[in-house]
Design a protein around this ligand. Structure first.
Ligand code: ZN
Ligand code: FE
Length: 255
């Protein structure tokens, strides 16, 4: 059975997620930007937290945890590589590790780049992946700690998941990501119609997260550095995809 997944807007542009298994009553939180909206969503649903999954150490993904732990006693799960700079972990995990939420398997991927030690959580039974600041809707996280090669390798792992996977990323940056994406692929028809849909959604304050991996593969420039059309637009025909990715990321940093 797929889990019921709720998207919870937090702070000014962050998202947290609750994943609930009706049969067991187990509920996992993915990232803790701030306690208030997460506690309110749990109360509203009548759910109690069994797990907290932390993607990376940045404050806007962990600072809500102490306030949540005043009301719930979940098992806190995060990257072994980051145990020294994450809140205290009950389970420290690394690439290839698996655990369960309500009997549903969760696969851990190392998606370093934005930070070193950033992890993603893939739930095959729910066709869901929680990517935070690695793969984002129409974008990817800025490279604060990792290298372009590392991020390209991380994004390539996520790109290889089934295309029907739903991508739950960490921020509402999609509209500005779209404006940038159009500078890389101004003639990409799917990108043009996606940016129009995003503009309509944002005008009504509708979240653009989550998104479908198939749509990211068709429109997200950071997943498309290996494609001849993108390389031609950048004057980088035949270049290593990681170099093309590095150029796209550098342009975005200055956009
Ligand atoms: Zn971050
Ligand atoms: Fe963030």
């Amino acid at each position: 059975m797929p889990l019921e997944i709720l998207t919870i807007p937090c702070l000014s542009d962050n998202y947290a997620f609750l994943a609930h298994d009706a049969a067991s009553g187990e509920t996992a939180l993915v990232d803790a930007p701030e306690a208030g909206p997460i506690l309110a969503a749990l109360k509203d649903k009548g759910w109690s937290l069994s797990h907290v999954l932390l993607t990376h150490h940045h404050w806007d993904h962990v600072d809500g945890l102490p306030g949540i732990l005043e009301h719930h006693k979940p098992k806190v799960i995060g990257a072994k590589a980051d145990a020294h700079r994450l809140p205290p972990l009950d389970l420290a995990v690394a690439e290839g590790d698996r655990f369960e939420i309500g009997g549903a398997p969760v696969h851990v991927y190392d998606v370093s780049g934005h930070t070193v030690g950033h992890i993603a959580f893939y739930l095959p039974d729910s066709a869901a992946v929680f990517t935070a600041d690695s793969l984002m809707a129409l974008g990817c996280g800025r490279l604060f700690e990792g290298t372009p090669d590392q991020m390209w390798a991380s994004l390539s792992k996520l790109a290889a998941l089934p295309p029907e996977t739903t991508v739950y990323s960490g921020h509402e940056y999609t509209q500005s990501n779209g404006r940038f994406a159009l500078t890389i692929e101004p003639d990409n028809a799917e990108l043009i119609s996606r940016t129009e849909a995003i503009a309509r959604d944002r005008a009504s304050n509708i979240p653009t997260v989550p998104s479908q991996l198939s749509l990211e593969l068709a429109t997200n420039p950071f997943l498309r550095a290996h494609l001849p059309g993108v390389q031609r637009n950048l004057g980088m025909q035949g270049a290593e995809p990681a170099r093309v990715f590095a150029e796209i990321r550098a342009r975005k940093d200055k956009f």
